[in-house]
Design a protein around this ligand. Structure first.
Ligand SMILES: NC(=O)c1ccc[n+]([C@@H]2O[C@H](COP(=O)([O-])OP(=O)(O)OC[C@H]3O[C@@H](n4cnc5c(N)ncnc54)[C@H](O)[C@@H]3O)[C@@H](O)[C@H]2O)c1
Ligand SMILES: O=C(O)C(=O)C[C@]1(C(=O)O)C=C[C@@H](O)C=C1
Length: 362
C-alpha cells in the first residue's frame, strides 16, 4: 500500500494514520472539522491536501451513525481502490449501504479492538493497535484485492486480523465491550451524588472499574443504538445476577444462621464465577508490545511542571513512551509515572535526580 485517505481524524483515524505514515504510506487526512485534520497533520499523521487521484485504501473512522453516508459518498466519488470502516458495530453499516444500492464489493467492515476513553486526534498514538485483535468482516462479494489491502492495513498497524461474520461480531462485542461500558458507567454514576468523604477514598479498584466511564456519551449512544438487542440480552443476565446477589447480601444480614450460610454461598458463587470468567480474558495477541519501565516523579500541582519534566527527559535524549498521573488526595501534588524503554530508565533517573526532581523508589 502506497497511499491512503483517512476520513475522520479523531482517536482511531489519527492512530491508524500515524501507524501508516510511520511505515512510509502517504496519508491524506480529511475531517468535517478542519481543525481535527490540521491537528492530525501537525502530529505527523499525513497531509490534509486531498489526493490527486484514487488512493489504495480509504479508511472511514467517523462515528457509527455517519459511517454509511461517508462510505457511500467516498465510493460514489471513486476515492480509492478499497474502502474500510472501523466502527464498533458491523451489521448496520453494511445493511444500510446495501439498501441504498451501493456496490459493496470494494468495501469491508472492520473493527480494531483497541481504543481509549479519550477522543480526538490528540489522544491518538501510532502503537494503539499493536498486538490487538482487528476484526474483518468480508463477505462472498468482497473482492480479493480489497481483502488483501485491508489485511495490509492491519499488518501495518501491527494488529492481529480476526475474520468474523458481522452479526456474530456484534453479539461478541455486546458481551466484551458494549455491556462493560454501561456497567462501568453505572458504577461511576453512584459517585455523582456521593459524600466527598467517601469519594476521597477512591483507590485503584474503582479507578480500574470506572476508567471507561469517562468515554464520550455521544459516541456511546450511537454505538449502543446500533446494537441494542444483543446488549440488552447480556445486561438482562447481569440484572439476574444482581438480583440474586442483593438477595444473598440480605441473607447475610439475617439473624437466621441458615439464611446467613445461604447468603455467603451465593456471594462466593458470584465471586468464583467472576474468577473463572476473568481467567478467560486473553493477554494481548501477536507480537508482544514493548514492555516499558516506569520512572515515577513527584511533582507539585503548579503550571509548567509537566513541561519541565518532559523538557528534562528530552535533554537526556529519552523518549517518553507513555505517561500516567496520580493526584495525591487532598494535596497540591501528584506522582507522574513516565514509561520509557528499559535501557533508557537509568539515564532518565540520573538526569532527573541531577535536576533536583524527587523520584519514587521502585
Ligand atoms: N474510541 C474507541 O475506543 C474506538 C475503538 C474502536 C473503534 N471505534 C470506532 O471508531 C470510530 C471513530 O471513533 P473515535 O473514538 O476515533 O472518535 P473521535 O470522536 O475521536 O473522532 C471522530 C472524528 O470523526 C469526525 N467526523 C464526524 N462525522 C464526520 C463526517 N461525516 N465526515 C468526516 N469526519 C467526520 C469528527 O469531527 C471527529 O474528528 C467510531 O465509529 C467508533 O465506533 C472507536
Ligand atoms: O480501552 C478502551 O478504552 C476501550 O473502551 C476500547 C474498546 C473496548 O471496549 O475494548 C471500546 C470500544 C471499541 O469499539 C473498541 C475498543
Amino acid at each position: 500500500m502506497r497511499t491512503a485517505v483517512v476520513i475522520g481524524t479523531g482517536l482511531i483515524g489519527t492512530s491508524a494514520a500515524l501507524a501508516l505514515a510511520g511505515r512510509g504510506v502517504t496519508v491524506h487526512l480529511s475531517d468535517h472539522d478542519p481543525a481535527a485534520a490540521r491537528t492530525a497533520a501537525s502530529l505527523g499523521a499525513g497531509t490534509y491536501e486531498p489526493p490527486e487521484g484514487p488512493v489504495d485504501l480509504a479508511i472511514v473512522a467517523v462515528p457509527p451513525a455517519h459511517v454509511a453516508d461517508a462510505l457511500a459518498d467516498a465510493i460514489g466519488r471513486g476515492l480509492a481502490r478499497a474502502y474500510v470502516d472501523v466502527a464498533s458495530v458491523k451489521g448496520g453499516p453494511r445493511r444500510e449501504l446495501e439498501s441504498r444500492g451501493v456496490d459493496v464489493s470494494s468495501y469491508i467492515g472492520t473493527h480494531p479492538m483497541a481504543g481509549k476513553e479519550r477522543s480526538g486526534p490528540l489522544a491518538a498514538t501510532a502503537d494503539l493497535f499493536e498486538g490487538r485483535p482487528w476484526v474483518l468482516t468480508p463477505t462472498r462479494e468482497t473482492d480479493h484485492e480489497v481483502l488483501n489491502l485491508a489485511l495490509e492495513l492491519v499488518a501495518l498497524c501491527r494488529a492481529v486480523p480476526v475474520v468474523m461474520d458481522a452479526d456474530a461480531h456484534d453479539r461478541a462485542v455486546a458481551l466484551v465491550s458494549h455491556t462493560p461500558q454501561l456497567v462501568s458507567s453505572m458504577v461511576a454514576a453512584r459517585l455523582e451524588e456521593a459524600e466527598e468523604s467517601a469519594v476521597r477514598l477512591c483507590g485503584q479498584g474503582i479507578r480500574d472499574v470506572t476508567r471507561i466511564a469517562a468515554s464520550d456519551p455521544r459516541m456511546w449512544v450511537e454505538i449502543l443504538s446500533a446494537n441494542p438487542g444483543p446488549v440488552a440480552d447480556v445486561l438482562a443476565g447481569i440484572a439476574a445476577d444482581l438480583e440474586e446477589t442483593v438477595h444473598a447480601l440480605r441473607g447475610l444480614q439475617s439473624a437466621d444462621a441458615s439464611d446467613r450460610r445461604r447468603g455467603a454461598k451465593g456471594i462466593e458463587d458470584v465471586l468464583r464465577r467472576g474468577n473463572a470468567g476473568r481467567d478467560r480474558v486473553p493477554g494481548k495477541h501477536g507480537a508482544a508490545p514493548a514492555q516499558y519501565e516506569t520512572v515515577a516523579v513527584f511533582i507539585s500541582d503548579r503550571p509548567g511542571e509537566l513541561a519541565r519534566i518532559f523538557a528534562d527527559a528530552g535533554r537526556a535524549g529519552v523518549n517518553v513512551e507513555d505517561v500516567r498521573i496520580e493526584h495525591a488526595t487532598g494535596q497540591q501534588a501528584g506522582l507522574v509515572q513516565l514509561m520509557v524503554e528499559p535501557r533508557a530508565a537509568a539515564v532518565l533517573t540520573a538526569e532527573l535526580r541531577e535536576r533536583g526532581w524527587a523520584l519514587r523508589q521502585q
